[in-house]
Write a protein that binds this ligand. Structure first.
Ligand code: PMP
Length: 362
């Protein structure tokens, strides 16, 4: 461990949840509901599953340039293929950006209560993570712009943010972007973009022409239901895409992922059903939490963070015993909060009933 760079030494391993089968055995349950990782409760796009069934060329390396998927993405997004970078999940794109632009001692800015991978990729490069205090659990974009120094190379902002579900509007984004010097890369993480139905919610891709230092990241893990395949992408100006392409591992994205992603992209029914199921699920959970007199952070994504009013771990454990897995947010500095992913209406009902029971049991 001493040989690792000092940033890497500071990192704690990311702790993934146990496999459901293992938990079911441990707890003696057979019907655990997992609402912990912001996955799509409707499952994968059916078009994607169909495309995977006809895949016979697994003995060949993938198309390392992602030709076909990039063409489909470029068409859908209204950009050129040379503006796209494919990643093994959008996490991979975040990592590529850090590796390409952060040197030891450089600073990367992100918000308090932001996605755990931003400090991870920053520290792995032995750069300095700068967490700016949040504003009511959302990004304080003015304070983030003010935090820029000579050493700042990258700023990560997520819209909506995970784990809080907060968002900022077009006006706030434009004002922020206009304040950031061009030498600083702004990563606008839109992993939950497709879920948002607010009328003033901005589309980052529309701003790429104006801001050459902007990189928008998106994923197939959420609304497309392909988290297990690991595929996401970045959109930016061709010069940055070229740099990301240089540091990328050859064949970083596998064939099934690209084939499924391309099919999912045109699966309008699955996208629409997922969005509308999520929107009604958000209301169902928000109303349920209100009835239980629990404070929640208003969310536009596919999850809600709520305040247990006390250490959330016993509530988390109680829910687990009832067969419902949620995500405790102690690791994010929110020890009284749990985050629940929006499930199907039956799953949401199960979560709310289990929560009521756990709270009543004290
Ligand atoms: N950004 C945010 C804000 C996320 O919540 C997630 C998933 N938890 C990701 C990026 C990464 O998603 P993936 O690597 O599956 O594309």
């Amino acid at each position: 461990i001493e040989l690792a760079n000092s940033g890497a030494q500071q990192l704690k391993p990311y702790e993934p949840g146990k496999p459901i089968e293992e938990l079911e055995r441990e707890l003696g349950l057979t019907d655990i509901v997992k609402l912990a990782s912001n996955e799509n409760p409707l499952g994968p796009s059916h078009k994607a599953l169909h495309a995977l069934k006809h895949l016979h060329e697994l003995h060949l390396y993938p198309d390392g340039a992602g030709f076909s998927l990039k063409a489909a993405l470029a068409e859908k997004l209204g950009v050129q293929t040379n503006q796209l970078t494919l990643g093994n999940g959008s996490n991979d794109v975040l990592d590529l950006i850090a590796r390409a632009y952060l040197q030891p001692g450089d600073e990367a800015i992100f918000s308090e209560y932001a996605f755990a991978v931003y400090p991870l990729v920053t520290l792995a490069c032995n750069a300095r993570p700068v967490a700016v205090p949040s504003n009511l659990y959302g990004h304080d974009l003015a304070a983030m712009a003010e935090a820029v120094t000579e050493r700042t190379r990258v700023i990560f902002v997520a819209n909506p943010n995970n784990p809080t579900g907060t968002w900022f509007n077009a006006h706030a984004l434009d004002e922020f972007l206009s304040r950031i010097p061009e030498r600083v890369i702004v990563v606008l993480d839109e992993a939950y973009f497709e879920y948002v139905e607010e009328s003033h919610y901005p589309n980052g891709v529309d701003r790429l022409q104006k801001y050459p230092n902007l990189v928008v990241t998106r994923t197939f893990s959420k609304i497309h239901g392909l988290a297990g395949l690991r595929i996401g992408y970045g959109v930016c100006n061709p010069q940055i895409a070229d740099v990301l392409n240089r540091v990328r591992q050859p064949f970083n994205v596998n064939t099934p992922a690209m084939v499924a992603a391309e099919a999912a992209l045109s699966d309008d029914d699955h996208i629409e059903n997922s969005r509308s199921e999520n929107t009604s699920g958000l209301v169902q959970i928000a109303e349920g939490l209100q009835k239980l007199h629990l404070e929640q952070i208003p969310s536009v994504a596919n999850f809600i963070a709520f305040d247990c009013g006390r250490d959330a771990m016993p509530v988390y454990q109680g829910l687990l015993r009832e067969g419902v897995i949620v995500r405790p947010l102690g690791g994010y500095g929110m020890p009284n909060f749990l985050r629940v992913t929006v499930g199907t209406s039956r799953e949401n009902e199960r979560f709310l009933a289990a929560l009521k029971k756990v709270l009543a049991d004290g």
